[in-house]
Unconditional design. Structure first.
Length: 167
């Protein structure tokens, strides 16, 4: 998945990002979703993987009885937040590096391989999204996938006001 995201997109289509998130969240009891219709252009398989990785990480790296919240809107893009352990702000960039985790044990399969956020960054980049993350006060992390700016359409010619001349 990391290589596929790094390769870029071969074929794209209009994807209802809010529906992708709803499908992913439905597989995770207790995860909340707030969304508005949001369409992006991209690869639906890769976008599903992006959301899945973020939600899985939010659930896996959480505290007992913690929460995971997912939001998808045209203005905010995708935002996934959890109530996990405290993360020092200076360590957040490391989380996006392959095989990096907050704990020193890098081989424990119960906590994943340490590729989740690097795959997210790769897929987001292939979709012209930017990814930011910040620790939450009291613990946990919020990851924000910002949608690419909408391409501007050429403006249609404006008719001249009555009584004015276009010559």
């Amino acid at each position: 998945m990391l290589a596929r995201g790094d390769h870029g997109l071969d074929m794209v289509e209009a994807v209802r990002f809010d529906r992708v998130a709803a499908d992913v969240v439905s597989a995770f009891p207790g995860v909340t979703l707030r969304s508005r219709p949001t369409t992006v252009t991209g690869d639906p398989v890769l976008l599903t993987q992006l959301v899945t990785n973020l939600v899985e990480n939010g659930v896996r790296h959480n505290v007992p009885d913690g929460s995971v919240d997912v939001r998808v809107t045209p203005d905010d893009g995708l935002v996934v937040s959890n109530t996990g352990p405290e993360i020092p702000p200076d360590r957040v960039p490391e989380l996006f590096e392959p095989f990096r985790r907050m704990t020193p044990d890098r081989t424990r399969s119960a906590n994943g391989s340490g590729l989740g956020l690097s795959i997210v960054a790769s897929i987001a980049g292939a979709h012209a999204m930017t990814v930011t993350a910040q620790p939450n006060p009291g613990g946990g992390l919020t990851v924000h996938c910002h949608l690419p700016p909408k391409t501007s359409r050429p403006e249609r010619p404006t008719p001249c006001a009555e009584g004015s001349s276009s010559t």
